[in-house]
Design a protein around this ligand. Structure first.
Ligand code: SF4
Ligand code: SF4
Ligand code: F3S
Length: 351
């Protein structure tokens, strides 16, 4: 490890109160659906963790994923970046540049060989090595070289996890996901465009606390955060079940907070924690702000069809099942519930 202090010592040194730390652990435990007693156990384990070297690589991305984590409310930006983890290399956030930056990466790799975590945002262009390079190395070489000594890789954002927007049709750069290139390391996908900050932090907390890779679903996402659809936990669900749908963004239904299904909401087929973890420190999430879910944590969400046509139009693949029950309201609800259950069973083996 790059530092011998425990996380608790580092946090105390940085002025983070034990109360804030316990609050963070309680939030994490809730998000991970752990029993309340586990929060204290998690806090105890996490407090003893020694700083972990993290190398963050950015490829074809928009910086939205970094923006998301730097607004993480718990732990704060400072504690996350400088205390909770040892972010040894990050293009956007690190002070050094050029040769000094690359030297920092090489030192971190050498000192922590086999132990460091690699976080990646952005997809990798395979169409031509000249499409992107760091320190004179093509993106793909840079990734392969950095991944060699990694304990695990966390692909944050739909670009790194599945190719994302750069891979959208006609995929001019030949963009691929990290998992298309790296085959010999554990990879945790934390999709979303961008991902929820507290979920990114939670995955790191899970790895640091338990020393294991969380249980993953068929798309490589941690089930603790991606086990339910947005629809499963949506506060507008009662309206959906009653067949009360907004027909436009400014009609009476919209003003009354009715379901956004007919305005194109992809919540019924989208697995993410937005409805529970929410955004901006738990303030809101897209549906609460009046817009349907775009399905941004699902592979190829950009190419699946209009964001403003309902799932029953069939463009998003769930149409057949949804359309079968799509007489109205409750009937659609049953169809979506079946679709969600079918997908859940394929993930859990029906358990
Ligand atoms: Fe930007 Fe979205 Fe890609 Fe993150 S996943 S880099 S927010 S386009
Ligand atoms: Fe919520 Fe969308 Fe489901 Fe309606 S369709 S209940 S707005 S997730
Ligand atoms: Fe993305 Fe849908 Fe959440 S669009 S941010 S998964 S509500």
């Amino acid at each position: 490890m790059s530092d011998e202090k425990t996380l608790a010592e580092t946090l105390a040194q940085r002025g983070v109160s034990r109360r804030s730390f316990l609050k963070f652990c309680a939030t994490m435990a809730t998000l991970m659906a752990m029993p309340p007693a586990m929060a204290a156990e998690m806090a105890e384990k996490l407090a003893k963790v020694r700083r972990q070297s993290v190398i963050w690589l950015s490829f074809q991305e928009c910086t939205g994923c970094t923006e998301s984590i730097t607004r993480s409310h718990a732990p704060t930006l400072e504690s996350l970046i400088f205390d909770a983890i040892s972010l040894d290399y990050h293009h956007t956030l690190m002070a050094p540049s050029g040769t000094a930056a690359e030297a920092a990466r090489e030192t971190a790799m050498k000192d922590n060989y086999g132990k460091y975590l690699v976080v990646v945002d952005g997809s990798i262009p395979m169409g031509n090595p000249g499409y992107g390079a760091h320190g004179g190395e093509s993106f793909v070489d840079h990734l392969q070289q950095t991944a060699k000594g990694a304990a695990a890789i966390i692909s944050v954002g739909t670009c790194a996890a599945y190719g994302g927007i750069p891979k959208a049709n006609p995929n001019p750069t030949g963009a691929v996901a990290v998992s298309d290139i790296i085959k010999d390391k554990p990879i945790i996908n934390v999709p979303g465009c961008p991902p929820i900050p507290v979920v990114m932090t939670g995955v790191i907390a899970h790895v640091l606390t338990l020393g294991t890779i969380p249980d993953l679903d068929e798309f490589g996402r941690p089930k603790v955060f991606f086990g339910d659809t947005i629809h499963d936990r949506c506060y507008r669900r009662p309206f959906y079940d009653q067949g009360k749908f907004a027909k436009s963004f400014d009609d009476e239904g919209a003003r009354n907070g009715w379901c956004l299904y007919e305005l194109g909401c992809k919540g019924p087929t989208t697995y993410n924690a937005c409805a529970t973890a929410k955004w901006n420190g738990g303030v809101s999430f897209p549906i609460e702000s009046g817009h349907g879910c775009l399905g941004c944590s699902e592979p190829d969400f950009w190419d699946k069809g209009s964001f403003y046509k309902p799932l029953s139009s069939g463009e998003w693949g769930g149409g057949k099942i949804l359309a079968a029950g799509a007489v109205a309201g409750a009937a659609i609800g049953i169809g979506a519930a079946l679709l969600a259950r079918k997908r859940q069973d394929s993930i859990t083996g029906g358990k």
